[in-house]
Design a protein around this ligand. Structure first.
Ligand code: UD1
Length: 342
């Protein structure tokens, strides 16, 4: 029997590459499109090595509609996942037009082409950033969305709105938007993981680079927040668990289980962890000393947010499985593999 195929836009990136592995291991074929603006083609070589699968890899920008159209003309697939977007919060403040153009054009091209070519199922990478600073924890999918705090966050919110409206008109299509909390960690093989360019902006890559001696000292941004230990609280979700949520979303749509043609799920663990807790756990799990100091608050940071993942657990049939210990161990193994540390 011919396998179902999934188009993975931005499949060479951090979450995309892990999702390719899980899709293939769940029995799907994948086709990857990437412009390598924040990724390396070698990630797909590593996915091929982990899975033993053949993976067509097309270098194209999803904003270039004619280049993107050729992928639809050449390959047969019923489902697509949209990871092809820029994600640096700070950069989005400096270059708002780049973010609006990239993130929205690529999505609109994808929706148009899927509609034109009768490819029905779409999974969209949304973010807990759409909830802003929530008044109540944990957040459910019913928690009101708030004004975005950055152009990046606004592209996620606008993208959800575009999809909701498009699905009202295109009733033969379906979309699942996954609202990710904070993805961290790496594949247990240590062959794929996050590859930040330049100085990492996110916590865990900064932690692992500090442990590897590439950065001198981790700054903990603020210890005077109204939280138990004064540092910010997030819901850190293992990237392999997150990748599996995409497989669950594709399964749901291909098996005709969707209850509406636009659905939203929180993808988190349900557990809030503070920055200080995370830094301490990283040291404990990996038996090392992390150089860190308390620094002033970072502008624009949310104090606390964690997920109520009940809807994903019960309706999507997905649950976070890896423990924070395993995840932090995998993050360090990946950094060691990259740097050739024994
Ligand atoms: C941000 C975005 C999120 C996006 C994610 C990935 C918002 C509100 N959040 O998450 O949507 O998906 O980036 O790019 O827009 N920290 C330190 N020291 C560091 C780095 C971080 O203390 O060197 C702290 C931060 O203050 C924060 C926590 O660690 O409290 C997590 O930060 P980070 O990894 O950057 O993710 P978010 O800002 O939560």
């Amino acid at each position: 029997m011919k396998k179902e195929c999934v188009l993975v836009c931005g499949g060479a990136g951090y979450i995309g590459s892990h999702t390719c592995v899980e899709l293939i291991q769940a029995g799907y074929d994948v086709v990857v499109v990437d412009n390598f603006s924040n990724s390396e083609p070698s990630a797909i070589d590593h996915v091929r090595r982990i899975t033993g699968a053949e993976i067509p890899l097309i270098e194209a920008d999803c904003c270039d509609r004619e280049a993107f159209r050729k992928v639809f003309e050449k390959y047969e697939f019923n489902s697509a996942i949209h990871f092809a977007a820029s994600k640096a919060v700070g950069e989005s403040v400096q270059k708002p037009m780049l973010y609006y153009r990239n993130n929205l054009t690529s999505l609109m091209n994808l929706i148009d082409l899927m509609h034109e070519f009768n490819r029905p199922n779409l999974v969209f990478s949304s973010s807990c950033t759409v909830y802003g600073e929530p008044k109540k924890q944990p957040v459910t999918e019913q928690t009101p969305r708030q004004e975005a705090t950055s152009p990046y966050g606004n592209t996620k919110k606008i993208s959800e709105d575009i999809l909701r409206d498009a699905m009202k008109a295109y009733t033969d299509m379906k979309t699942i938007a996954l609202r990710y909390f904070n993805p961290i960690g790496a594949h247990p093989s240590a062959l794929i993981g996050e590859l930040p360019r330049g100085v990492p902006q996110n916590l865990v890559p900064y932690v692992t680079q500090t442990a590897a001696g590439i950065r001198e000292c981790l700054s903990i941004f603020g210890d005077d927040y109204p939280t138990p230990d004064g540092s910010c609280i997030r819901d850190y979700i293992d990237v392999v668990d997150l990748a599996k949520a995409h497989v669950a979303a594709i399964n749901r749509m291909t098996q005709g289980k969707s209850e509406a043609n636009f659905e939203v799920f929180n993808i988190g663990t349900g557990r809030g962890v503070s920055v200080l807790e995370l830094a301490n756990k990283f040291q404990q799990v990996n038996h090392l000393k992390l150089n860190y100091k308390i620094a002033p608050r970072r502008e624009g940071d949310i104090i606390a947010i964690w997920a109520d993942p009940t809807r994903a657990n019960t309706v999507l049939g997905w649950k976070a499985e890896r423990t924070l210990d395993e995840t932090l161990e995998s993050a360090w193994n990946w950094e060691k593999h990259l740097r050739g540390i024994e």
